[in-house]
Design a protein around this ligand. Sequence first.
Ligand SMILES: Nc1ncnc2c1ncn2[C@@H]1O[C@H](COP(=O)(O)OS(=O)(=O)O)[C@@H](OP(=O)(O)O)[C@H]1O
Length: 325
Amino acid sequence: MATLGAVPASRPTAKPALQVFSSRARVHSCSNIRPSHVPASSHRHHNLFLVSSRRQATVAAAVKSEVDVAPWVEEARSKRLQQLEEQALDALQKAVDNFEHPAFPCALIAGDVVILHLLHRLGVLSNNKVPVIFIDTFHLFPETHAFLKRLETNYSFQAREFHADGFANKAEYKAKHGSDLYITDIDEYDRICKVEPFNRSLKTLDVDVMINGRRRDHGFERAHLEVFEGGKPVKCNPLAYWEFRDCWDYLQLHKLEAHPLHDEGFPSVGDVHSTIPVPREKWFEYAGERSGRFQGLQNKDGSVKTECGIHVGDDPETGMSNIRK
Ligand SMILES: Nc1ncnc2c1ncn2[C@@H]1O[C@H](COP(=O)(O)OS(=O)(=O)O)[C@@H](OP(=O)(O)O)[C@H]1O
């Protein structure tokens, strides 16, 4: 089971506080600001104020160096997580209450597990109010399939699985396309194994609001992402304001099992050929989560590949716009 213990803590550990901090010190530390009742032109008062403030600043500096701020950071982070959770639950509830056919395409990465847990708490997984869409690309890690089964059991849902059209299974797909279509024609691979099944899933389930795990810290293209985006379907981005670190804090807080490959060094997990491990110190940098995806893969035009195409572009058949624009 992937645990947060495997992830480096980015914040200072709380040390036993050597608390010499006092309310007096607190006053002193602010006292080099001229009180509003002292007119700037009043020399006598001004000089007294300067002398006193210099001495107090020295005292304050000495006191400040011994203040243990770690507990305050912990407290602030805890409050932050509560607020993020509240806001994400609110977004999901709005999606559930205001649309007929919500759905959650789920890749089972850390943020997706957070969303699954929140949907479970709203009671909309087991009653199938929010179906979970899972695209079997025929190129996923075996661990991903096994993890999905565990989540289905734990949260009492059954994912709606879709895969390449016209094939009953991976063997049939391989018999026609071989094992290296993603090398010989990556666009065709994406189309057959990801984009078409994904668009078909939206169409089949008549999805009018699509829940997903995009966040602002995924990269500059999403830096201004909001919790909802209009369109067809509407996108609900309950984690828009979360950071990767928040997702892990949340998993740890609720003792949730994460994708087992996180323990192998993968911050994000997709196809075997488009996923590599990332040094753990990079995971929580801006855009760090996806930095191990599509490495070394190129688009047909020679540009660096960063997306599989699942959420890119309008689908001519469904008329649906994507969530990656
Ligand atoms: N296997 C599978 N099943 C269902 N839905 C999936 C799948 N893979 C990706 N997605 C959806 O695509 C979003 C982007 O994920 P990726 O860019 O990592 O996709 S991919 O692995 O490159 O295909 C991803 O967004 P997140 O919610 O952030 O995970 C999902 O909405």
